[in-house]
Design a binder for this molecule. Structure first.
Ligand SMILES: [Zn+2]
Length: 344
């Protein structure tokens, strides 16, 4: 191959994040994708060409532009115009854009996406954990809804004057925020309560959710990234969105913690599953949410992702051992990092 044109400059070493740790391309770690030979050759050529050398993002985009780009029709070439200095993040975005542009049908774009994802994930060992950017549950939802041709409305909950955007999430949970980025249950002055008719996260105080936040966000990133990844891997056939019917099996499969919570709560006289779910998620305001969402139940996908992540994190808090009363005590076990002030 014509290797000489490939940019081989190394980027500034960046030691603070494992994300940037550069290693050779470990093709052996990857499952060989079933893609046309010409696309597979891009991977094999990269493997041969990079050899034992640590691979950085600039080297990858150089190779992709030289070897992958000529395999695609001109109309898609602008996808490779990455802004600024090429990073693993921008290459991951290229992957997501290629996968989305393929719409699940364009074999060349799907093959290209597969090639890019292997370069991003397998140029370190163990494979690089890939994540999607901030408010990833919404970005991911929008991308997947696009592929499936589903509407992406941003519903508002409640009567007009006091309507809250469903997706303006409280920073600590899935409820719409009331003020200062938090819901009415998680503001600094709200105390622990187990309000009758309240959402399940209302049992947690401001202090508790504050402490829970790193674990919650970590779990959310893991869940959403895995889901979008599986969606792409399934060639867009995986049922990732909250379905209008078959909700029970979807919950068991895709939101197991939420499903368990729902069972634990019982249906409370509600025979239909969706209103029962909304009761768990939003308490008495579930009725308003049902109205806001209407028949488009898939719009609940991002909120249920947050709820699932929250419940997982909340259950994980048991490892704190209930020893949190003592002010300024040693930090929580490593699984859940404590970032709150030791002033409770
Ligand atoms: Zn909240």
């Amino acid at each position: 191959m014509r290797g000489s044109a490939i940019v081989r400059k190394s980027i500034t070493p960046n030691y603070w994040a494992i994300w940037t740790l550069e290693m050779p391309l470990y093709l052996d770690d990857a499952v060989p994708p079933s893609i046309p030979r010409a696309f597979l050759d891009v991977l094999l050529d990269g493997y041969t060409f990079f050899g034992e050398e640590a691979v950085n993002p600039a080297m990858v985009i150089g190779l992709l532009r030289e070897r992958l780009l000529p395999l695609l029709p001109d109309v898609h070439k602008s996808l490779f115009d990455l802004r600024g200095q090429t990073s693993w993040d921008s290459l991951w975005l290229l992957y997501a854009n290629l996968a989305t542009a393929s719409g699940g049908n364009d074999k060349q774009l799907m093959a290209s996406a597969a090639v890019v994802s292997i370069f991003v994930r397998h140029t370190t060992r163990p494979p690089r954990e890939v994540e999607f950017p901030a408010h990833l549950e919404l970005a991911s939802f929008a991308r997947m809804a696009d592929v499936l041709g589903l509407p992406k409305a941003h519903p508002h909950v409640g009567a007009q004057e006091v309507a809250a955007p469903l997706y303006a999430f409280c920073r600590y949970c899935w409820l719409p925020q009331r003020s200062r980025s938090v819901c009415e249950n998680h503001s600094t002055n709200s105390m622990s309560r187990d309000k009758e008719g309240g959402p399940v996260c209302a049992v947690a105080t401001h202090k508790q959710v504050q402490r829970l936040r790193p674990a919650f966000e970590k779990e959310l990133r893991r869940l959403v990234s895995a889901e979008e990844w599986q969606f792409h891997e399934s060639e867009f056939s995986l049922a990732v969105m909250v379905p209008p019917s078959g909700l029970g099996s979807w919950l068991k499969e895709r939101r197991p913690a939420l499903s368990q919570q729902l069972e634990a709560n019982g249906r409370k006289g509600e025979v239909r599953l969706l209103p029962a779910l909304l009761q768990v998620l939003y308490g008495d305001k579930g009725v308003d949410v049902a109205q806001a969402v209407g028949g488009s139940v898939h719009l609940l996908t991002p909120a249920t992702a947050r709820a699932e992540a929250w419940l997982c994190a909340w259950e994980g808090r048991a490892s704190w051992g209930g020893q949190r009363r003592g002010a300024g005590k040693a930090a929580a076990p490593s699984r859940i990092k404590d970032t709150t002030q030791p002033n409770q």
